[in-house]
Design a protein around this ligand. Structure first.
Ligand code: GLA
Length: 413
């Protein structure tokens, strides 16, 4: 009797422990925190075992370049090679960029006689391994593209049901990053298709960043963290202000899913591609930085204007994006055309973006409490675009041009 009772109580105790455990695991139950070793913590500060893949990579948002936004299918090995050269010579490598990612159209239109993916012999006469060696010698890393479907979005051979073979091929070539698209998916379940490539990548003896490109169709932020390092949250970006802010609006609320090793991906940068003004591009770059988005340049690095280079290599803005705590910034106020975004930094400071979406320039104001700073008698404000310091007792105020931002980092004094 007594034993039965103890067993009964034991079961109830186990059920309670299980329920408490589950509530810590439910990622959208409360804002997530991350401690210095990258472990996720519940709201009481207890480190929890979380259902997230830790391959040791992308502890901060990946930085690099991808061929798609500027070149589309019109790529070849010279472009990739010269882009690697330009990444070093322009100072982008020094600023933190390291992945050179070849998007769609690198592959031949059929698999080889062993059933392996192979490069288009005209566009890439020396092969991908040769290119990987070249890129690695520059101290950079090489990424490549395939799809969790029978074909890529441009109709070339892709990896569905060939995951193991293709992961082995990529590893053999020395690939460091794979962007994995969603075209020609045969209507088969998403998780099954992305899990197959996840398992294949785990089985090869190489560390490869896994970038899931499912276009935000089925809440990837809920299932992708256990499979990959980053996941697209939306459809494709275009080089226009309207496209950029439409994507921005789709990021609201997603901050709780990001953290070291796992990032929301609002798509690659359009900075320098010509469809927006430099003021708009500064806004685009500042917003992607505060969103902890991967900073994948999408312009022609070989022919950049000084203004484009200044935007892409702004180290103070990049430091906001690359902060080790990985607290994705969030929107704290929205008055129609005027938005304030804030991100807690690991040193206790807060990064702030004042965004003016209106047609006229305007003075914008927020304050220390709204952006989440502790009470203090004075704050130091660093303007991350003008590169100057000022102090304030409370208000964070600046003129912001139409379709532009002001960006600050603010510390208690
Ligand atoms: C999809 C992706 C893009 C790009 C193209 C290539 O549209 O979302 O980022 O990779 O395919 O065909």
């Amino acid at each position: 009797m007594l034993l039965d009772r103890i067993n009964g109580l034991g079961s109830i105790f186990l059920v309670i422990v299980f329920i408490i455990g589950m509530s810590f695991q439910t990622i959208d139950a409360q804002p997530k925190n991350v401690n210095s070793s990258g472990q996720f913590k519940g709201h009481k500060g207890v480190a929890i075992l979380s259902n997230r893949w830790d391959n040791g990579l992308a502890k901060t948002p990946p930085m690099g370049w991808n061929s798609w936004n500027h070149f589309g299918c019109d790529i070849n090995e010279n472009i990739i090679k010269e882009t690697a050269d330009a990444m070093v010579e322009s100072g982008m490598k020094e600023a933190g960029y390291k992945y050179i990612v070849i998007d769609d159209c690198w592959m031949d239109d059929h698999r080889d006689s062993n059933g392996r993916l192979t490069n288009d012999p005209k566009r890439f006469p020396h092969g991908i391994k040769w290119l990987a060696d070249y890129v690695h010698k520059k101290g950079l890393k090489l990424g490549i593209y395939s799809s969790a479907g029978t074909k890529t979005c441009q109709g070339l051979p892709a990896s569905l049901d060939h995951e193991k073979t293709d992961a082995e091929t990529f590893a053999k070539w020395g690939i460091d990053y794979i962007k994995y698209d969603n075209c020609y998916n045969q209507g088969r379940p998403l998780e099954e298709r992305y899990t197959a490539m996840h398992n294949a990548l785990k089985s090869v003896n190489r560390s490869i960043v896994f970038s899931i490109c499912e276009w935000g169709r089925q809440n990837p932020w809920e299932w992708a963290p256990k499979l990959g390092n980053l996941w697209r949250t939306t459809g494709d970006i275009r080089d226009s202000w309207r496209s950029m802010v439409t994507i921005l609006d789709q990021q609201v609320g997603l901050y709780k899913y990001a953290g070291p090793g796992h990032w929301n991906d609002p798509d690659m940068l359009e900075v320098g591609n010509g469809g927006m003004t430099n003021t708009e591009y500064r806004a685009h770059f500042s917003l992607w930085a505060i969103l902890d988005a991967p900073l994948m340049a999408g312009n022609d690095l070989r022919h950049m204007s000084a203004a484009t280079k200044d935007i892409l290599t702004n180290k103070e803005v990049i430091a906001v994006n690359q902060d080790p705590a990985g607290n994705q910034g969030r929107k704290v106020t929205d008055n129609g055309n005027q938005e304030v975004w804030a991100k807690k930094m690991s040193d206790g400071s807060v990064a702030v973006v004042l965004l003016n979406r209106g047609d006229d320039g305007a003075f914008m104001t927020t304050n220390s409490q709204t952006v989440g700073l502790p009470q203090a008698s004075e704050y130091r404000m660093r303007d991350l675009w003008r590169h100057d310091d000022s102090s304030t007792e409370d208000l964070i105020r600046s003129y912001v041009p139409s379709h532009g931002v002001a960006m600050f980092r603010v510390w208690t004094k």
